[in-house]
Design a protein around this ligand. Structure first.
Ligand code: HEM
Length: 508
């Protein structure tokens, strides 16, 4: 357009000018949509789908799900004024293409790494390219050792027996409702700190002052998540430049986290010199001779990754199970077959429980959507064209609600879909069920997450019955953010489990 000279335009009749204008608009619209085979909300010139997007802003998950269900390719293109072109897909072939086949073309990208960069530095969760590759090799080596696994189970055992179960027993004795989501988040924070840092902040212990480190993580992750949800990145960047408001609070929280972990690294080094033994990730990284900054960033990434995910999954699990006494009875039946201390292998052998956890994460995935940013142009297997810089979002929440993937009972809880007739767990393709992501960047804590969720579910359901507090009987609301949570928490009444399957809760 810029090269068309004014004198040339002057010489054209009005009708030709209008035609030229129309042609340009059509070209622009096509470039917005990316390809003739893309689907999604109706696009208008200039504003794209801004109006329906705004109307649905409080129910984006369900709006996207509806659009995806009616798209023949299970992929939609969202283009709106002022925002990056976004391709959202619930098509497993596309998901595989983005997460594995053409992995190098789909990094997280600066749009994402900028948001978490102040907190996570160069940690694995926030790195791309060679930096990510080096960290991944290092982390997968250190995180999958047998001794770390054993340490995880020991940590779960002491945290559950000494803190979580006594809290539930006391709520049961006082006939008091508890916020199960809050308890699970505190439990997860203590556990991930013990495994990653070798220290227990005792966030779950109400008799102690609140952990400063835990609060700093709360503040830092909350503000970072809001950066991600802001309509324009320029706003938070400006606030950061002037060090005001939420950005000032974020800077304070990040400073506290960085300093606390640096101090921990130095103390641990001294202890190691004296010969004290530790099994956590931090100690392993120190033994590996890595720099203090690399170790700091690595363990912060682990704390962030393992902090809210398992608690989000378990919150929805406990809510779903409380509505299905038949399924709860099946789980209790399975749990009672494992007597005494639970080992890593025994946790692996809990098949019904695993099926129920997969089913609840299918319906309520802790990471509801996750985006990559195209490094170059490409075409997805379903024909959707991708342009350099596009955001490409795979969408576990919507995928769990696609009839084409899970059948027409996809909105019902049916753990049987994960079990063979012999009671073995039937694993779904990770591209159809990308709850832990998939491909080279698949979640590193998946096994640990299952061990943790099974341990808690078995320990709690073996001894207690959790029932929804009738004063809070409205359907819970799923809030996506960085990690999904239940709006307002999950208030539940705790009762001692009765009947044959029950384990003793007297000692708490
Ligand atoms: C139910 C629990 C969990 C779910 C659903 C889950 C899901 C995910 C997802 C979707 C990602 C990809 C995120 C992205 O790239 O933006 C991821 C990455 C990761 N997760 Fe998990 N996660 C869980 C628990 C854990 C736990 C307990 C840990 C650690 C102790 C952990 C460690 C990690 C790490 C280190 C990464 C980064 C991997 C990489 O970028 O190479 N996760 N997880």
């Amino acid at each position: 357009m810029a090269v068309i000279s004014v004198s040339f335009l002057d010489s054209l009749p009005l009708s030709s000018l209008l035609l030229l204008l129309l042609f340009c608009v059509v070209l622009w619209l096509r470039s917005f949509a990316g390809s003739s085979s893309s689907y999604g909300p109706k696009m208008h010139p200039v504003i794209g789908c801004l109006v329906p997007f705004y109307r649905n802003r409080h129910r984006l998950l369900d709006w996207y799900t509806e659009l995806l269900a009616s798209s023949p390719t299970q992929t939609i293109v969202i283009g709106r004024f002022g925002a990056r072109r976004t391709v959202v897909t619930a098509n497993p072939n596309n998901v595989e293409h983005v997460l594995r086949t053409n992995f190098p073309n789909y990094p997280k990208g600066e749009a994402f790494t900028d948001i978490l960069g102040d907190l996570l530095g160069c940690g694995i969760f926030n790195a791309d390219g060679q930096l990510w590759h080096t960290q991944r090799k290092l982390a997968s080596h250190e995180f999958t050792t047998k001794s770390l696994r054993e340490f995880v189970v020991e940590t779960l055992e002491s945290e559950a027996e000494e803190r979580l179960l006594p809290i539930l027993a006391s709520a049961c004795a006082d006939r008091r409702a508890v916020d199960v989501q809050d308890l699970l988040r505190r439990f997860a924070f203590d556990t991930i700190c013990k495994v990653s840092l070798g220290t227990n902040p005792c966030y779950l212990d109400a008799s102690l002052p609140e952990s400063e480190l835990a609060n700093a993580f709360e503040v830092a992750s909350g503000i970072s998540a809001r950066r991600g949800a802001a309509p324009m990145a320029a706003v938070w960047k400006l606030k950061r430049a002037f060090d005001v408001g939420s950005e000032r609070r974020l800077r304070g929280a990040v400073k506290l986290i960085h300093e606390s972990i640096m101090e921990l690294i130095r103390t641990r080094k001294t202890e190691m010199e004296k010969g004290t033994e530790h099994n956590d990730l931090l100690t392993r990284l120190i033994s590996g001779g890595h720099s203090e900054e690399v170790i700091r960033d690595m363990v912060i990434s682990f704390v962030m990754a393992g902090r809210d995910t398992t608690s989000a999954a378990l919150t929805w699990f406990f809510w779903l199970i409380s509505r299905r006494p038949d399924v709860e009875a099946e789980i209790v039946d399975e749990v009672k077959r494992f007597k005494g201390r639970l080992s890593y292998q025994e946790l692996k052998d809990m098949k019904v429980l695993e099926a129920c956890l997969c089913e609840s994460m299918r319906m309520y995935p802790p990471v509801a959507w996750d985006s990559k940013h195209a490094a170059g142009s490409d075409e997805l297997p379903d024909g959707t064209r991708i342009k350099k810089g596009d955001r490409v979002t795979y969408f576990p929440y919507g995928m769990g609600r696609m009839e084409r993937l899970w059948g027409n009972n996809c909105r019902e809880f049916d753990h049987r879909r994960w079990l063979s007739e012999h009671g073995e767990v039937v694993r779904a393709s990770p591209y159809k069920f990308p709850v832990f992501q998939a491909g080279p960047r698949v979640c590193l804590g998946k096994e640990m997450a299952f061990a943790q969720m099974k341990y808690i579910a078995a320990a709690v359901l073996g001894r207690f019955e959790l029932r929804r507090d009738h004063r809070h009987s409205r359907p819970p609301v799923f809030v996506p953010l960085l990690t999904a949570h239940m709006a307002g928490g999950l208030q539940m009444v705790v009762e001692k489990r009765k009947g044959e399957g029950a384990q003793s809760s007297e000692s708490y």
